[in-house]
Design a protein. Structure first.
Length: 274
């Protein structure tokens, strides 16, 4: 008798800056992040059937699932060396899964669509190139919804939770601190203050309180300094919504990292759950 497939946890990752895996100096600076990403791939103990990436670099009027069979590349960064605009991450897409995602969202009363032209942006291809360098796991992205409604993104994650039992790794890809105008010593105190609040909220609060706190996230210490726009925070809401009753575990944490930021990543649920 076949054993049931493990229920995969969901994750929120701080995905790093631009095309960092292809720049030796950036990869060295982000070595702890690389180690954490590789650790995620090892910890789940199985190669996922697909990765669903919710990237902070794509938003649309409706939640929209990438539906290309062979997605292209979106080089959504500026000022990097020429070779980083020729990077390829040739993972196959997952058109059938995109259709299922659209249906799951629609069944939950959430307006959804598919896009057959969208390619992978660096919120997906940079971390996944470290996690699955062979690019042999199907990948698709789900957009954020314009308007940045926290409850709506939690609800989208909740609707997509069944995918965890189907071998799909749900990966919210953003940054726990994302203020590109604030770097170096001036970033240390606000980034740590907001990161401390996230740890207390995600790991130290029961599920109902955790959700209530997240719904009011912009009242947290240094919240609008940490996220002048919440595009890089909302992938967290989708990842948590997919595992809203399950425990959060820190899988990556650095203080005074990168340009002086404190950054963290979390797992929701157990990698051994069934």
């Amino acid at each position: 008798m076949n054993r049931p497939a493990p229920r995969l946890p969901s994750y929120f990752i701080s995905h790093g800056g631009g095309p960092w895996p292809w720049m030796p100096e950036m990869r060295q600076a982000m070595a702890p992040l690389a180690t954490a990403l590789q650790g995620i791939a090892r910890a789940i103990g199985t190669r996922p059937a697909a990765v669903l990436s919710i990237s902070g670099h794509w938003e649309a009027p409706r939640f929209t699932a990438m539906a290309a069979a062979r997605p292209g590349m979106v080089y959504d960064y500026h000022g990097f060396p020429e070779h980083t605009y020729r990077v390829q991450y040739p993972a196959p897409g997952a058109p059938a899964l995109a259709q299922r995602i659209e249906r799951l969202l629609a069944d939950a009363g959430i307006d959804a669509a598919r896009d057959t032209t969208r390619g992978y942006d660096h919120g997906s291809f940079a971390p996944l190139a470290v996690m699955y360098p062979e690019a042999d796991v199907p990948v698709l992205q789900l957009s954020l919804q314009q308007g940045y409604d926290v409850a709506g993104h939690l609800a989208a994650g909740r609707a997509l939770a069944p995918l965890r039992d189907e071998g799909v790794l749900i990966l919210g890809s953003g940054l726990s601190f994302h203020n590109l105008r604030l770097r170096g010593p001036a970033a240390r105190a606000p980034s740590k203050a907001f990161d401390d609040w996230l740890h207390a909220t995600l790991e130290g609060s029961p599920p109902a309180e955790r959700q209530a706190r997240l719904l009011q996230w912009d009242g947290a210490p240094a919240a609008r300094i940490a996220h002048p726009r919440e595009d890089h925070l909302l992938p967290l809401m989708v990842a948590l919504g997919a595992a809203e009753l399950e425990a959060a575990t820190t899988v990556h944490h650095e203080e005074d990292a990168w340009p002086g930021w404190t950054v963290s990543s979390w797992r929701f649920g157990s990698p051994q759950a069934r």
